[in-house]
Design a protein around this ligand. Structure first.
Ligand code: IPE
Ligand code: IPE
Ligand code: MG
Length: 243
């Protein structure tokens, strides 16, 4: 079975999971953190090298203040509680998204997680936090414009690879597989540049219900797909199949 090198997950449905149990939304977010822990283990067990998780979008600021503060609190708790264990298991943490404007204690924790784990090689865990794809692309365009003014970039020869080097995901391979839970079938501004040729798997379970079995099911669906990248399957080309 071909294992994807990079799996990206839109962890959606915490609120509906909580509602279906008569619980407050924050209970859904807490249960979501538990599902994330299990998923990191499942990814490492399956030999996936990169796991990106959508934890907080640039649009999630539009939620009520109390929910935003619950989500910020849970991120802090996750890093404080799990960082040592992640480090011990060989996980390298990288955070993508806009850092400016985050509370100083959160920004410091994100930096600590990245620097402590920077030499680990077992699994790369990319946390998309205060991340929005359009925001990322505009920030990249700004950086390119600034580099052009400094004479460091010649816009006439700027390639796709050069452009990608200005994104938050510079150096990270594109996701092979994007999984979204909760039954919604949309991207919600997640990795629009990077997912241009990703395989998409939509699962109906809510994120807090997500288990290693769901993860493995998504990997099986991925393995049954035929990726063409706009070209032809090599066996067809070899056989000289004309149509
Ligand atoms: C995903 O669950 C967590 C975040 C977006 C941070 P939601 O909070 O979106 O849950 P639903 O979609 O309302 O059920
Ligand atoms: C996407 O979920 C963001 C995260 C999972 C962090 P949302 O719940 O915010 O997306 P929409 O609003 O349903 O598109
Ligand atoms: Mg949602």
């Amino acid at each position: 079975m071909s294992t994807p090198e990079h799996v990206a997950i839109i962890m959606d449905g915490n609120g509906r999971w909580a509602k279906s149990r008569g619980l407050p939304r924050v209970a859904g977010h807490r249960a979501g953190v538990e599902a994330l822990r299990k998923t990191v283990r499942a990814a490492a067990d399956q030999g996936v090298r990169w796991l990106t998780v959508y934890a907080f979008s640039s649009e999630n600021w539009s939620r009520p203040k109390s929910e935003v503060s619950d989500l910020m609190g849970l991120l802090k708790l996750f890093i404080r509680r799990d960082l040592a264990e992640l480090h011990h298991s060989g996980v390298r943490v990288k955070v993508i998204g806009e850092r400016d404007g985050l509370a100083p204690d959160i920004a410091a924790l994100l930096e600590e997680a990245e620097s402590l784990t920077s030499n680990n090689r077992k699994l790369n865990l990319v946390i998309a936090f205060n991340y929005g794809g359009r925001d990322e692309i505009v920030r990249a365009a700004r950086k390119i414009a600034e580099a052009t003014l400094r004479g460091e970039v010649d816009p006439r020869s700027l390639s796709q690879e050069d452009f990608a080097g200005f994104l938050d995901t510079a150096g990270i391979p594109d996701p092979d597989l994007v999984v979204r839970t909760s039954g919604e079938q949309r991207m919600s501004n997640f990795l629009p540049w990077q997912s241009g040729y990703s395989e998409l798997v939509f699962l109906s379970c809510y994120w807090p219900e997500f288990t290693a079995e769901h993860f493995n099911d998504a990997l099986r669906q991925y393995a049954s797909r035929e990726r063409r990248f706009g070209g032809r399957m090599p066996q067809d080309v070899e056989r000289g199949v004309a149509s």
